[in-house]
Write a new protein. Structure first.
Lengths: 410, 398
């Protein structure tokens, strides 16, 4: 729906995380449908504040009239980006993939360097916030790992930059779980999904990334593969933006054949119920729902799996944005916003006295782990632990799968 | 396409749909709640109007039109629904107070009084402040809240302005949730040296834990504090919605947010599944029974075209009062506007009349002849019919 369908009810405003902590941002209603009436082609944008929007898309989900509030704002951000000289950080973060690849190649060195105060000061001068913990790089990333494993149902795993460069252990856990459940898992050659470029006002670069991935993924889909994603933001980009704003060739096909890893696992577990693949797990967890999982409209599939795990106490929290929003919270300009939102999101988590905070999104995990002091886990880690506890699974053998069922794999 | 199996699928995430979902999830049924967006109760005052035409809402039943949905629920049913609602809310950070047998008044931001029944605890002290002194506190730069409306209407009042550093209701609410802010605020009030009486402020005492914040301020300044509901964005409405949603999720309910329903699968007299229009691959939600709680025109449950009114999900026939020219009155807000009667007619088991559908139940403001604005019965009707529809649905499932 276009801006003309907005009835100005302000439900989007009630759901905007940035609006409540940043007075310079007039909120989704005013920067979206309201301001859209005044935005003209061929006239230079003056609404600098559109850049405060973190694209969490909560407004769009909340709108009872189906107005694409976040998309209107995204287009305004891109318009602003092309008409003005972007700050250095925008160029830097738009290239997040290459930045990560560099960090991963020189991993021990890069991690050491980033831990120095002096390095933080230099980064701060460049416009990078001091507040969030910088992600640690891994040299042995998923690109360097094994690219094919298992037999059975064909799946292509789009692991995304965060798992690739920072948390390959989670990626391999997901791979091995899928193998254990009877899948042939392939890791296609892939690059950044394009969201960081889109979020930093560089539509052309985002399109280039999308084209590269799209040609690889469609070739797999044509061979009968299902595409799986673990990062909910990558997933949202593949499903919503590839056929949409990024106009990737074959985008519609990709969107139709792409599944969330937990959504897929849930259906596999459902089919395999008699074998009781999930064991007992005594844990109390706060499950923070990433904004982009909400926006995907598939419900909360990991929560459905958690329900089947005996002994697991799971509390679903879906009212707050963690505030990091990908590269958004790493910018000095957004430092205060990310800090305040991180604090707000941590309050209900702390109140639960949980053993761990669980989130599907790497950025949420970094942010909430930092602010709550709890260990931040991916749903896959919880599910893998429960699978490891299942007696029936221990009997399973197979190359490399055994590792999944050891108490401390990876 | 991915298929998800449920016992009951509730369509509409407002008060009525949430009430039905909570009841059924509490009984152990696998329940899915589908909503196109956040409900309009987020824009409401958060108060539960049961029936504001009589001092005791239950006494007012006699004055309602014969076909009013309240008669299908009965007085007992309404009482049960309100009791269950209060029970649910007592476990939330925002308990509700009030009696179903007695209406009460709360102060509005324009200095008038609104008749309602159950109110959030932050408005409990709002009763009976016509004679005693009330000091209204507003915030610098806040929009749509002008204490002078109140001070000019009520004689025994005064007002002060507090600078919270931010000016929107939501931003002020976020500040109240910061550590130490409420204490500083209380110290400032103490410094005002006010005459004895109550302190009123717009409803901005945080979103998550307002009662605790109110009690902190109240104990520090040693006087009663209450909130005045504001124009949207309305924080009491948001709290109400979130508390009910959390109650449903704690019972293991599934929520599907922000997705309209693109198609319905019918097999004879049975609805088998609905399909959610996600951006790409459709999600199919299958259920044994369905509850329709999509609300009236504002919520998008009903839609009016130039020559007809239709129901937006299943296309059930809609009761419309007379010809189109009869829907027009000069003043839309005049009590008893004919279009308020529009809606779905149901039988005693809340199944839509004029259809043969066996596993669909309808509740909330989409019901025909509910005349919510005339009777001031919005949230009360939603709670009562939501619970009742859930109960008949339960019988169908067993």
């Amino acid at each position: 729906m276009t801006f003309e369908h907005c009835v100005r009810c302000t439900i989007c405003v009630e759901n905007c995380p940035v609006y409540k902590v940043e007075p310079r941002f007039p909120g989704p209603k005013q920067s979206g449908p309201d301001a859209q009436r005044f935005r003209l082609d061929g006239e230079k944008s003056v609404d600098q504040w559109v850049k405060y929007c973190s694209q969490c898309r909560r407004c769009q989900i909340a709108c009872p009239y189906g107005v694409d509030v976040a998309e209107i704002i995204l287009k305004a951000q891109l318009k602003y980006g092309t008409e003005h000289i972007s700050p250095f950080t925008a160029h830097l973060f738009a290239n997040a993939y290459h930045l990560n690849a560099l960090g991963s190649t020189f991993a021990p060195l890069a991690n050491k360097a980033a831990s120095f105060k002096a390095a933080k000061a230099v980064l701060n001068l460049l416009g990078i916030s001091r507040e969030p913990d910088l992600p640690e790089f891994r040299f042995f990333n998923m690109e360097r790992g094994r690219r094919r494993k298992g037999k059975g149902r064909k799946v292509a795993f789009f692991y995304g930059c965060h798992l690739n460069f920072n948390r390959p252990d989670i990626g391999w856990k997901i791979r091995d779980m899928l193998v254990a459940m009877g899948c042939r898992v392939v890791m296609p050659r892939q690059t950044c999904c394009g969201l960081p470029a889109l979020g930093n006002g560089d539509l052309d670069m985002a399109k280039k990334y999308a084209q590269k991935n799209a040609s690889v993924l469609t070739s797999f889909i044509n061979k009968g593969f299902d595409v799986l994603y673990a990062c909910t933001s990558c997933g949202l980009t593949l499903i919503q933006d590839y056929p949409g704003i990024l106009e990737a060739p074959g985008g519609k096909k990709i969107a139709e054949n792409t599944y969330n890893v937990n959504e897929f696992l849930h259906s596999l577990l459902q089919d395999d119920k008699e074998n009781r693949p999930l064991g007992r797990l005594e844990k109390r967890i706060a499950y923070h729902i990433p904004c982009h999982l909400r926006a995907l409209g598939i419900g909360y599939p990991a929560a459905k799996i958690f329900e089947q795990i005996e002994g697991l106490e799971c509390f679903v929290l879906d009212d707050n944005c963690c505030g990091l929003a990908g590269t958004y919270g790493f910018k000095k300009r957004n430092q205060d916003i990310a800090h305040k939102l991180g604090e707000i999101a941590s309050i209900p988590i702390r109140a639960l006295n949980a053993d761990a905070v669980v989130a599907d999104c790497g950025a949420c995990r970094m942010q909430l782990g930092h602010y709550t002091g709890l260990s931040a886990m991916d749903p896959a880690e919880i599910i893998a632990e429960a699978m490891a506890n299942s007696i029936n699974n221990k009997k399973k053998s197979g190359h490399g799968i055994k590792r999944l069922f050891q108490k401390t794999p990876y | 396409m991915s298929t998800l199996m449920h016992d009951v699928v509730v369509i509409g995430g407002g008060i009525s749909g949430l009430m039905a979902s909570i009841y059924l999830a509490g009984k152990g049924y696998k329940t899915a709640l589908i909503s196109r967006g956040d409900p309009v109760c987020c824009l409401s005052t958060g108060c539960i109007d049961v029936l504001s035409t009589a001092l005791n809402p239950l006494d007012g039943f006699g004055d309602l039109s014969e076909m009013h949905p309240y008669h299908l629920v009965g007085k007992k049913g309404v009482e049960q629904a309100c009791k269950l609602f209060k029970e649910i809310m007592s476990k939330s950070p925002i308990p509700y107070v009030g009696s179903i047998r007695k209406n009460r008044e709360i102060l509005t931001p324009i200095g008038t009084f609104k008749t309602t029944c159950l109110v959030p605890q932050t408005m409990a002290a709002s009763l009976g402040c016509r004679d005693e002194y009330v000091h209204v506190i507003s915030f610098t730069g806040i929009k749509d809240f002008y204490p002078s409306y109140i001070t000019s209407r009520l004689s025994n009042t005064g007002f002060s302005l507090y600078d919270a550093g931010v000016s929107s209701t939501l931003a002020i609410a976020a500040r109240f949730e910061e550590k130490g802010f409420a204490a500083d605020f209380a110290t400032w009030i103490t410094g005002l040296e006010l005459p004895p009486g109550k302190v009123a402020l717009p409803a901005v005492l945080g979103v998550n834990n307002p009662v605790a914040i109110m009690e902190e301020i109240s104990s520090r300044i040693n006087r009663e504090v209450f909130e005045i509901p504001t124009l949207p964005p309305s924080i009491p409405g948001l709290r109400l919605f979130r508390a009910l949603k959390a109650a449903f999720q704690d019972l293991g309910g599934d929520v599907f947010w922000g997705m309209p329903i693109s198609s319905v699968e019918r097999h004879g007299h049975i609805i088998e599944a609905v399909t959610l229009a996600t951006s790409a691959r459709a999600t199919r939600v299958q259920g044994k029974a369905f509850i329709l709680a999509t609300g009236s025109f504002v919520s998008g449950g009903l839609f009016a075209t130039r020559d007809s009114v239709y129901e937006t999900v299943f296309g059930i026939p809609v009761h419309v009062p007379g010809a189109r020219k009869d829907w027009f009155w000069n003043d839309f807000f005049t009590a008893g506007h004919p279009i308020e009667e529009a809606g779905i007619e149901v039988d005693s088991s809340f199944r839509p009349k004029q259809t043969t559908l066996e596993n669909l139940f309808v509740c909330g403001s989409i019901l025909a002849r509910s005349e919510v604005m005339k009777n001031h019965c919005g949230h009360g009707l939603a709670l009562a019919t939501g619970l009742k529809a859930a109960k008949v649905c339960e019988r169908k499932l067993t």
